[in-house]
Ligand binder design. Structure first.
Ligand SMILES: C[S@@+](CC[C@H](N)C(=O)[O-])C[C@H]1O[C@@H](n2cnc3c(N)ncnc32)[C@H](O)[C@@H]1O
Length: 251
């Protein structure tokens, strides 16, 4: 199989995925070892993946996505979700925002396969997927000021102090998110991890072009109800963890 065939069915080339050097003095998480997450699909998942991934999914690469062409319509709002996991929220929210293009970005192939299955079975037309590191995907595949929303639900908390630098919510990604959002665009983050909550609380005003709106924000121009209790959130609730949600507006 040559490289282009492989990219059609969502296989990651071996080795480290591309890592952009950001020279803006801000902190960017570098994922190191965990950049490449393998995963085996069941036979059914694989068949579904082979059939639908070429239309609904793509791999991280150096190419700006033609959003209108991919979704087959023009002028619709576009929201990117980073770290969609198995896509529980993604698949539950998308039908309620059918006029919005939803692009789920995830490294974990079985998670993408699950979301793909939910979209196909549910006849949900407004979801597309990119397999790759969300930071690289945003930097390489989306133009500045091209998105109406960015969602990051329950990002990996990296609880050990020496791993905090891997947290996706920090000055660099916030700057990148802001740069990809249109004016008036929305960043929505949720976490159920107390340590991550404290960490984000310190950062809410760090990016000058993101105005912190807190939670809730009744006039928010897009859907903010995640619709479901995700697996991770469910675990958090069992342990009496508090879910904290954050909204910012690009100014
Ligand atoms: C704790 S899970 C949450 C999944 C989902 N949002 C939910 O609420 O159920 C975090 C997910 O983010 C993904 N992830 C972590 N870092 C990422 C990155 N840089 N780019 C894309 N996905 C990432 C992981 O593979 C994992 O599936």
């Amino acid at each position: 199989m040559n490289t282009s065939d492989r990219s059609q069915i969502g296989e990651m080339p071996h080795g480290r995925p591309p890592q952009t050097e950001f020279n803006d003095g801000l902190d960017y998480p570098r994922l190191g070892q965990v950049t490449f997450r393998r995963g085996t699909l069941t036979e059914n998942q694989q068949a579904l993946f082979d059939e639908h991934w070429p239309r609904m999914g793509t791999l991280l690469e150096d190419r700006v996505i033609d959003i209108d062409e991919w979704f087959g319509r023009s002028g619709a709002k576009t929201i990117v979700e980073i770290g969609s996991g198995t896509g529980t929220s993604t698949a539950a929210m998308a039908p309620l925002e059918a006029d919005t293009n939803i692009i789920a970005v995830e490294l974990y192939k079985p998670g993408l396969a699950k979301l793909l299955g939910s979209a196909v079975r549910g006849g949900i037309d407004n979801i597309r997927m990119v397999r790759g590191d969300g930071i690289e995907v945003l930097a390489r595949m989306f133009e500045p000021e091209s998105l109406d929303g960015i969602r990051v639900f329950f990002p990996d908390p990296w609880p050990k102090a020496r791993h905090h630098k891997r947290r996706i919510i920090q000055s660099g990604p916030l700057n990148l998110f802001a740069s990809r959002l249109k004016k008036g665009g929305v960043l929505h983050v949720a976490t159920d991890h107390a340590g991550y909550t404290e960490w984000i609380n310190e950062l809410v005003n760090v990016e000058p072009s993101l105005e912190f709106k807190g939670w809730p924000w009744p006039e928010c121009p897009q859907l903010t109800d995640r619709q479901v209790i995700t697996k991770f959130e469910g675990k958090g609730l069992d342990k009496d963890h508090v879910i904290t949600e954050y909204l910012w507006e690009k100014i």
